[in-house]
Ligand binder design. Structure first.
Ligand code: SAH
Length: 492
């Protein structure tokens, strides 16, 4: 981060503006709105600054001037000094703005500022500035500041326009309402997590709606009522969230919301950093995931215990799982446990690996010319392998997606062929589907394990068996082109 963002309290602080034209006038107005005592220095002043100064001495800016007091906004004062800039104009000021069209003067102000440790902004010249002024969306008391570090002002404006569209004027009024109630809310809900939940509910609920339609008295009543509902403060909950295969763009909006409201995120190791990065910044994040080889992994009963512990303490727990929580994710067991303990829960589905890998490898899983159905099968090693319905899996005109199958490539090949699926059936191994590191290996069923071994496919990977796999040669669009086993073996 090149610049440190901050909001400065300039009420009753002295600020210098150098320049006599319209840019100087615009900056002066903004500073006055923040309550600053502005001295404007220039050899001569344009009409707009003269008018501004006259206003300032008279009835203030936009609002009547509160006599003598230094509170609220709009009570800044302006003094014009018709003289050339001298370094000693900076004495006693906290900030200065150089807004002349004279490079020499601007450079002089910048240099004098550096010498005296006064922050200086030279309008539109980031190189000379020790502070820069962001584009703002003013919904006071909510103010949103946007900066590209002076690199792309047009982009900053573009972002501002979008934010302006996003937040109508009611957010400012809502923020004002919350400001008035803040002390009472804090007193009523001393627990930080409970208070956050209360606010979140408030912002999404009826109170916000009432403010939007300008019925502030009803909003106040509603807020008071909500605050007396004790049950809100006490109950934690668990949201079982599907994190998808890795690309954070594949999260649902509900998943994003749950992540941003979470007090605690219990996540599988399979969940990508990109997705975790979207969780509320100060949420507690605990890796509880299991991977086949990971001995440090947290046992399923311990995961249940953790969910219970946090939810019972009134926290919002997100149980974040790779892909979809109900597809080979043990989400069902976790919900049964929560239900048995009376913990409220929700489920947010995610994009499961087979769906994502199909899409990102260019393999339409049920292309009508090749397949009438698709099966999701888990091919965990061990005895679960033998209990699979191999005769059914070996049938033609279907696509079979094997989860957790990398270690069992040989057995997948042998069992399918033994039960009648042709050795020439196309197969794809999709490693790290949808991630930057995605690799797709294409082969025939008869060569499946050999191809996987030679390409050194690692976890996580998904095996897709069926004619549709061959379409990846033509329909791939993401990452590297698929590695075609025949070519690979010829090269070796
Ligand atoms: N609930 C998850 C699956 C958990 S089982 C889901 O719906 O996707 C874990 C297996 O999913 C892995 O062994 C692998 O076969 C598959 N998998 C998960 N993410 C993957 C990815 N990004 N690319 C390829 N396979 C993936």
């Amino acid at each position: 981060m090149r610049y440190f963002p901050l909001f400065a309290d300039l009420r009753d602080r002295r600020v210098l503006v150098v320049g006599g034209g319209v840019v100087a006038e615009r900056k002066t107005r903004l500073l006055l709105e923040a309550g600053a005592q502005v001295t404007v220095v220039a050899p001569e002043f344009g009409a707009s600054l003269r008018m501004l100064a006259a206003e300032g001495r008279g009835e203030g800016f936009g609002m009547p001037l509160p006599a003598q007091t230094g509170e609220g906004r709009g009570e800044g004062r302006v003094v014009l000094r018709e003289e050339r800039f001298r370094p000693d104009h900076l004495d006693g000021v906290v900030l200065a703005v150089a807004a002349t069209d004279d490079v020499e003067v601007n450079t002089g102000v910048a240099a004098a500022g550096r010498e005296r440790n006064v922050l200086v902004n030279v309008v539109d010249v980031a190189e000379l500035s020790s502070f820069i002024v962001p584009a703002i969306v003013d919904r006071s008391p909510l103010v949103i500041a946007i900066s590209t570090g002076g690199v792309a002002p047009v982009l900053a404006r573009h972002v501002r326009e979008r934010i302006e569209a996003l937040f109508d004027g009611s957010v400012g009024r809502l923020a004002g309402l919350l400001e008035r109630w803040r002390a009472r809310i804090k007193q009523q809900l001393p627990d930080v997590a409970a208070r956050r939940r209360f606010y979140e509910r408030l912002l999404r609920g009826r109170v916000a709606d009432l403010v939007r339609v300008h019925d502030e008295p009803a909003a106040e009543r509603e807020l008071g009522y909500e605050l007396t509902r004790r049950d809100l403060a006490q109950h934690g909950s668990v949201v079982l969230v599907g994190a998808g295969p890795g690309d954070a763009g594949l999260l649902t909006l509900n998943a994003l919301r749950a992540l941003q409201e979470a007090d605690v995120v219990l996540h599988d190791r399979l969940v990508s950093q990109d997705v975790l990065g979207l969780a509320r910044r100060d949420a507690l994040k605990v890796a509880v995931g299991k991977s086949a080889r990971d001995h440090s992994s947290v046992s399923q009963p311990r995961i249940h215990e953790l969910m219970l512990e946090h939810a019972a303490a009134g926290r919002r727990v997100v149980r974040l799982k790779g892909g979809d929580p109900f597809i080979f994710g043990r989400g069902g067991e976790e919900l049964e446990f929560l239900a048995a303990h009376g913990i409220p829960f929700e489920v947010v589905p995610g994009i499961t690996a087979a769906v994502a890998c199909g899409a990102y490898a260019g393999i339409p899983l049920t292309h009508r010319e090749h397949a009438q159905s698709v099966r999701f099968v888990t091919a965990h090693c061990g005895e679960s392998f033998d209990t699979l319905d191999w005769p059914a899996l070996a049938q033609e005109r279907q696509t079979v997606a094997f989860y957790m199958g990398v270690a069992g490539l040989e057995r997948i090949r042998a069992s399918l062929v033994a039960h009648g699926r042709s050795a020439s059936t196309p197969v794809a191994i999709v490693e790290n589907g949808s991630r930057q590191t995605q690799r797709v290996v294409l082969a025939t069923l008869g060569e499946l394990d050999e191809a996987g071994r030679t390409a050194q496919v690692g976890s996580p990977a998904l095996v897709i068996v069926g004619e549709v796999a061959a379409l990846a040669t033509r329909l791939h669009w993401f990452g590297h082109a698929p590695i075609e086993w025949r070519r690979l073996s010829q090269a070796a």
